[in-house]
Design a protein around this ligand. Structure first.
Ligand code: PLP
Length: 457
């Protein structure tokens, strides 16, 4: 492969002059003279235009599960582009790849989740959920069931419906969100919200909060509960034992649909194909994206139960929802091959039996650091909590979010890409990361913590 030579200074200038990157402060983008420009990647390492090799502790954006540089994904895209680059799936047409991919996903999901609607992003998938659920209840003769219950600090995307379903208050401020019909309840964040509590009591309280809200809204008005098996963008929040079984029981008690947003947790991240399988629950709807194609193409999928499909089939009306790129043949062909790679290389087993436990052990070493309040992981996703005082969940400067970005920047400076969510340093590496790279990731974090403790104190 010939790699292009980029004029990085010129690209940075053009970036400031013309490009608005996602989820960014445009003032900061300008003040630092343009974005960091990533030009190449291989395995678990990204390379920027300034000549830095950076270990990617975030798999891009929680998505490049099979790692970078997979030539066969490029080849399959090329072949599909030459055969049929595009045709839509509107009005009862289709192309081979999305049909094959739907059948493949149905096999992985198992049980009753046998029908798949395609979109291009996780946000779009959750928009599909929003419209599908309300349409379902309308056909069922319960059109007043419109309300979605979600959690504070959840992330379900950046479209109007996605950001409304999400529970990020700083996102709600922009655009006057959430839209009506979304209720946010407490998140199962033991370290942050239940620090001094017995985890079982905290779990019962978090589940009870859902039931209380259902009763306050009126069970006959509640359409669905949506949640990520492990909240990713909210700071890798791993719920206490029994939480998901409790949530499922409450949903069943009131006949409410249960939606598992597997955009991060799907495709092996927790050591099973899907997070709901790890927690032993049966959702009615599953949203997936990211790991579906390992980020090589934009594609997402919304799986629904047969009850939902049969309900939609009980009327003649079209489900008047869909995107030009729903079931895009190139994206679907790449996703299929990506799943084939995960199966062939047994990457889900690798997460569960090898790198997951190895990562947990490596992270546990960080628990002893004076700045670390907790190190937690499940499968191959994890976080450390940065605290001002060991044994407490007290934060530097008496406020959330001061220390996290400082430690993150120190990590990036030392060659590790991680993200800071307030004062949690989060990690979600590619499944191909080696033991040596995991050790390096942890020792860079330790060094970054040492380096910044002076500044922080
Ligand atoms: N849902 C979850 C759980 C996510 O983590 C994300 C993105 O991070 C989304 C939805 C939105 O996906 P996208 O950014 O592809 O729209």
């Amino acid at each position: 492969m010939t790699r292009r030579n980029h004029d990085i200074a010129e690209l940075k200038r053009l970036d400031v002059a013309h490009h608005l990157p996602a989820q960014s402060s445009y003032k900061l983008q300008r003040d630092i003279g343009g974005s960091r420009i990533i030009v190449h990647a291989e395995g678990s390492t990204i390379f920027d235009g300034d000549g830095n090799a950076i270990l990617d502790g975030m798999a891009g954006l929680w998505c490049v599960d099979v790692g970078y540089g997979r030539a066969e994904l490029a080849e399959v895209a090329r072949e599909q582009m030459l055969e049929l680059p595009f045709y839509n799936t509107f009005f009862r047409t289709a192309t081979p790849p999305p049909i094959e991919l739907a059948a493949k996903l149905a096999g992985l999901l198992g049980g009753d989740l046998q029908h798949i609607f395609f979109n291009s992003s996780g946000s779009e998938s959750n928009d599909t959920v929003f419209r599908l659920v309300r349409t379902y209840w309308g056909i069922k003769g319960e059109p007043e069931r419109k309300v979605f219950i979600s959690r504070r600090n959840a992330y379900h995307g950046s479209t109007v419906a996605g950001a409304s379903l999400g529970g990020m208050s700083y996102m709600h401020v922009q655009g006057d969100l959430p839209i009506p019909g979304v209720e946010h309840v407490m998140q199962p964040y033991v370290f942050g919200d239940g620090f001094d509590e017995d985890p079982a009591d905290f779990c019962a309280r978090a589940v009870q909060d859902i039931e209380d809200r259902i009763l306050a809204v009126g069970p006959e008005k509640v359409a669905a509960f949506i949640g990520e098996p492990v909240q990713g963008a909210g700071g890798v929040i791993i719920p206490p034992d029994g939480y998901w079984k409790g949530v499922e029981a409450v949903c069943r008690k009131y006949g409410i649909l249960l939606v598992s947003d597997e955009v991060i947790c799907g495709f092996g991240r927790l050591g099973e194909w899907f997070g709901f399988q790890h927690f032993g629950i049966t959702p009615d709807i599953v949203s997936m994206a990211k790991g579906l194609s390992s980020g090589y193409m934009p594609i997402s999928a919304t799986a629904v139960s047969s009850d939902i499909v049969e309900t939609l089939r009980s009327v003649d009306d079209d489900f008047v929802h869909g995107y030009t790129y729903s079931g895009h043949p190139v994206a679907a062909a790449v996703a299929l091959r990506n799943i084939e790679i995960i199966e062939r290389e047994k990457l889900v087993d690798r997460v569960r039996d090898d790198i997951g436990p190895y990562f947990a052990k490596a992270l546990a070493k960080l628990s002893d650091h004076p700045l670390v309040g907790e190190a937690r992981s499940l499968g191959f996703i994890g976080a450390i909590e940065i605290v001002a005082r060991k044994g407490t969940n007290r934060r530097f400067g008496g406020k959330e979010g001061l220390a996290g970005p400082i430690v993150r920047d120190a990590c990036i400076g030392r060659g590790l890409m991680v993200r800071a969510v307030r004062d949690s340093l989060v990690m979600c590496p590619p499944y191909v990361m080696t033991h040596e790279e995991i050790d390096r990731m942890v020792s860079i974090i330790a060094a970054a913590l040492d380096e910044t403790s002076e500044t922080l104190r």
